[in-house]
Design a protein around this ligand. Structure first.
Ligand code: DGJ
Length: 699
């Protein structure tokens, strides 16, 4: 039985195919975490018992590994929930009231000992993936409002005192760079306070006790939330480790009115003893089978051309049509016009908010361009940045009060823009209206939704004073409401989440967008590291990757076209270079790569990823496997000291089957066992050398 309940012990077990998660009501009435690890056959031996205090300064509540610690009583650890009641009581005393088990879902009902406030801990087991979805529901059954001062999604307790945590760090053009560190005594916080998820860290935790790609215990949990998040790691005084993950409580509060329920974002968590690779593959299957928007989930991601780097704001109908012709000649299937098509948007100084077509650039609207693109057998896509406004725009001149700001403050501009107050229903209605017109009036198949600055001066003057600290989360909810409304009304349209590159890569967006723009950094060498970090938690199918021009606009580095294509072919292939400048030979080469990508893309987009070596170690080898098909990508920085051979032992093949690897055009036939033990040997001469090797099982 995947979910077992032991009545006498009030003990719950959620058992996946390989792992098990166990908790129970202890003698003190607390929901105590007991176990997370390999599946057991000794459930009867588990017992919540009682956690004894060490001293008057080390009380049992502080020591108990609770499933969801409230702030109240003798607790000094990072809480999951902190409340203030209308009469001034700031203490939450949760009492177990019962539970419900329905299919794969367990709900533990807790309520305050006095006030009519309930807290329900929810668990949904995804048995075949050994993943559990966790969230909490807080309901106010009383007449008076209750203030939620912090409300996390979940708490995790580990018996290990010596754990390592991995996450990404970076900034614009430097997203998703992986780091791994040993936790030290005290707290470690990874967070965003920007309103968006941001480029700095990602809302998840990965903990290991000495794992590598293929071996070792790894615990993970990824938060489905776009916005201010907080992950707190606590290496405790008591030789244990805690993690609390959820909405950031910094500058947060939520007035829970009578009869209202607050549902936290979900965390998808799991554990494996097969290293980081197994974690990534399980999450990727989860994303491909149940997280990504259902209506486009199974669809092949088209090869895209985006004209941003080619034209920037110098957009004209004629210029875009010329690029479209060239893109079509390469085999591109989706042509996307980026910034600059609307209002007085001739630079980043003006026009944001004015979502009508610039008639100087497009005299008869987008019709001519879209017809041209469709006539070339390509779909048409368009860029928007709905949540923002330039002060120099008709929208701002008409509605200067539609932005976030405080009284008596000058709002800070960034990239010459201000953030619209999405807590104001009029603003949301306006944004939905312009998008409904745009998508109804034009044959648009794809929307790239950008956001290019964090929120500041977070005041929403339409909200009451005691609701001001809710704006961060309300913004997220309004953003979700707009995208969900558009998806429901225009189910044929696919959406890409972009935030100055990869500032909105999270599971909240993965549930509502079909693609991520991974980074504005399109230098292929940097990109290998960015894509590697991305691959830990997110699927290749959602990763847009473009081939752009050299020298690269960021670092002036020149890298062969072949290497740039191979790098971008590891996700959803796009092209973002200025095709007017590509030589005939480059166009021919590009055409061949696009054709090759179409042959292998189902393996990349639907397959399982195996990271074999990292560009951080000098050369990268990444393999994708789908049934009997596999594709291996190998990259070096440059050969030194003569002929250097790389032997790469493959992964994920069936040892008993025979495969043919096509190496430099020559077929090499061996068993899966051979390729995974003896490997294949490759020579990659020169600077920035790369290879794509297809491995196919014999039928
Ligand atoms: C930032 C995005 O990341 C770019 O791809 C591009 O869309 C620009 N914004 C346009 O302003």
């Amino acid at each position: 039985m995947p979910i077992t309940y032991h009545e006498q012990k009030k003990l719950f077990s959620l058992a996946g195919e390989n792992t098990e998660y166990i908790f129970a009501l202890d003698y003190a009435g607390l929901i105590k975490h007991l176990y997370w690890g390999d599946k057991t056959s000794c459930l009867d031996d588990f017992d919540a018992g009682f956690t004894f205090e060490i001293s008057s300064n080390d009380p049992s509540t502080e020591l108990t590994p609770e499933e969801y610690s409230p702030w109240g009583g003798l607790r000094y650890k990072e809480p999951c929930i902190k409340t203030a009641f209308a009469d001034g009581t700031r203490d939450l005393a949760l009492v177990y009231k019962g539970h419900e088990i329905s299919g794969a879902v367990v709900k533990i009902n807790l309520a305050d000992a006095h006030y009519p406030l309930s807290v329900t801990l929810c668990y949904r087991l995804i048995e075949d993936l050994d993943i559990i979805e966790r969230w909490a529901e807080i309901a106010n059954g009383g007449q008076e409002p209750v203030t939620l001062q912090s409300v996390a999604s979940a708490e995790f307790n580990f018996k290990e005192e010596d754990l390592w945590q991995s996450n990404v760090f970076g900034h614009w053009i430097s997203e998703q760079k992986m780091f791994r560190e040993r936790l030290t005594p005290g707290k470690k916080v990874l967070e965003s306070r920007r309103g968006g998820t941001g480029h700095n860290h990602s809302p998840y935790f990965i903990l290991d006790n000495g794992a590598d790609e293929d071996h070792g215990r790894v615990y993970f949990g990824v938060l489905a939330h776009t916005g201010n998040f907080k992950v707190t790691f606590e290496k405790t005084q008591y030789r244990t480790t805690r993690v609390v993950i959820g909405i950031n409580d910094f500058d947060f509060s939520w007035q829970l009115k009578k009869k209202e329920t607050f549902r936290t974002p979900s965390v998808f968590c799991g554990c494996t003893d097969k290293g980081f690779g197994d974690m990534s593959r399980r999450l990727s299957i989860l994303a491909l089978t149940s997280i990504m928007p259902e209506n486009h989930r199974g669809a092949v991601r088209p090869v895209l051309y985006n004209s941003w780097e080619a034209t920037l704001f110098n957009v004209t109908c004629q210029g875009q049509m010329e690029l479209a012709e060239k893109a079509a000649g390469l085999g591109v299937e989706l042509f996307v016009i980026d910034d600059g098509w609307f209002g007085q948007r001739h630079s980043d100084k003006a026009g944001l908010g004015d979502w009508y077509v610039n008639r100087e650039k497009f005299p008869d609207g987008l019709k001519t361009l879209i017809e041209k693109v469709n006539g070339l057998a390509m779909d048409f896509g368009i860029w928007v940045e709905l949540e923002m406004v330039n002060p120099d725009s008709d929208l701002y001149r008409k509605h200067p009060d539609w932005i976030y700001n405080f009284n008596n403050r000058t709002p800070s501009t960034s990239r010459n823009q201000l953030a619209l107050n999405l807590c104001n229903p009029e603003v949301v209605a306006y944004l939905k209206g312009v998008m409904v017109s745009l998508l109804s009036d034009n044959n648009i198949a794809y929307v790239k939704w950008d956001v290019n600055r964090p929120i500041s001066e977070p005041g929403a003057l339409n909200l009451p004073i005691d609701d001001q600290e809710s704006i961060w989360y309300r913004h997220t909810l309004a953003f979700y409401d707009i995208i969900e409304t558009l998806r429901a009304q225009f189910p044929h349209v696919a959406f890409e989440a972009c935030a100055s590159g990869g500032g909105r890569i999270d599971y909240g967006c993965l549930m509502r967008f079909d693609q991520f723009w991974t980074s504005d950094n399109t230098d292929a060498l940097d990109r290998l590291a960015i894509q590697e970090g991305y691959s830990y938690m997110f699927p290749a199918k959602a990763m847009r990757a473009w081939v752009t021009d050299c020298p690269n606009f960021i670092d002036k580095r020149s890298i062969p076209l072949r290497y740039r294509f191979h790098c971008a072919m590891m996700g959803s292939l796009g092209i973002g270079g200025n095709l007017n400048k590509w030589t005939g030979a480059e166009m021919e080469e590009a055409k061949a790569f696009v054709a090759q990508y179409k042959e292998i893309r189902n393996v990349v987009q639907e397959g399982l990823i195996y990271r074999i070596s990292s560009i951080r170690e000098g050369h990268a080898a990444v393999q994708y496997v789908l049934g009997g098909e596999s594709v291996l990508f190998v990259f070096t920085r440059g050969e030194q000291f003569g002929r250097e051979l790389f032997t790469i032992t493959l992964k994920g093949l069936d040892p008993a089957r025979r495969y043919t690897a096509l190496i430099d055009g020559f077929p090499v036939e061996k068993s899966g066992d051979y390729f995974m033990k003896a490997g294949i040997t490759l020579h990659l001469p020169g600077d920035y050398a790369s290879k794509l090797v297809r491995i196919t099982a014999k039928t």
